[in-house]
Write a protein that binds this ligand. Structure first.
Ligand code: IPE
Ligand code: IPE
Ligand code: MG
Length: 234
């Protein structure tokens, strides 16, 4: 039998927007618009169900390979969504952006930094948004920062523990990642939170992200609760 309650932190790989649009003979960006609406609803469902933190994979370091038109569409959606994200902050929600946002236009970068700062003290819920995020890039960034501290003599190589590495990850102030949900039928992480997912449970489903409902979330949590998390023990 399972031994887990409500997951404290859920990661959502918001996949399947393009296929959802294609099925409707619509441009891919139409799927992204629908997907963004589901993102907003999912935050509320998580809060209603007693989850403490939800991280959403919105744009990966690999997604720059997409056609310029699709990227333009995603950026314009991001600009629209910044307003909504700001309003979360008024509901005592803390927003943490994961990823290298220096790659985005200056107005987007400034807004995101501002949102993180103004919501920093909020305690009701944490929303993580992974933007220009890659798990490998995150670990390489932590390694770079640690190397600098070693070179400056602030720490020695012996001080490099798992805890130290974690203190340089974007997730340092988040609860442990208990569950990763990936819709769209793909069964892979695609570079999402590879360090944090070391002992996460995974729930994959065929539903495309724009069709994701509260029932899908509840089903995934029930499946999580039925799992036996041993963490290497017996
Ligand atoms: C995920 O949906 C959203 C982003 C990567 C921005 P996709 O756009 O990958 O949708 P599919 O996988 O092509 O259906
Ligand atoms: C993962 O989806 C990235 C996001 C959901 C933002 P992709 O559609 O980019 O992943 P692959 O290409 O199927 O691995
Ligand atoms: Mg995809």
């Amino acid at each position: 039998m399972g031994n887990s309650g409500i997951p404290r932190h859920i990661g959502f790989i918001m996949d399947g927007n393009g296929r959802w649009a294609k099925k409707r003979a619509m441009p891919r960006n139409f799927g992204h618009t629908q997907g963004a609406a589901v993102f907003k609803k999912t935050i509320n469902w998580c809060r209603e169900l007693g989850v403490e933190c939800a991280t959403f994979y919105a744009f990966s370091t690999e997604n720059w390979k997409r056609p310029a038109e699709e990227i333009r569409g995603i950026m314009s959606l991001l600009r629209q969504y910044i307003k909504d994200i700001k309003s979360f902050s008024d509901e005592n929600i803390r927003i943490i952006i994961l990823g290298d946002i220096s790659a985005f236009d200056e107005d987007i970068r400034a807004e995101l930094e501002n949102i993180m700062k103004t919501s920093e003290k909020n305690t009701g819920f944490i929303v993580g948004i992974a933007l220009n995020y890659g798990g490998r890039a995150e670990i390489a960034l932590a390694a770079r920062k640690i190397a600098e501290k070693c070179v400056s003599g602030e720490i020695s190589a012996d001080n490099v523990t798992e805890e130290l590495v974690e203190s340089f990850l974007y997730t340092r102030e988040m609860p442990p990642l208990d569950l990763v949900i990936r819709p769209s039928g793909e069964q892979r992480l695609s570079n999402f939170m590879i360090w944090q997912a070391a002992y996460s449970e995974f729930v994959f489903m065929d539903t495309l992200w724009p069709d994701f409902t509260k029932k899908d979330l509840e089903r995934a949590i029930r499946e999580f609760q039925a799992r036996d998390r041993r963490f290497g023990g017996v």
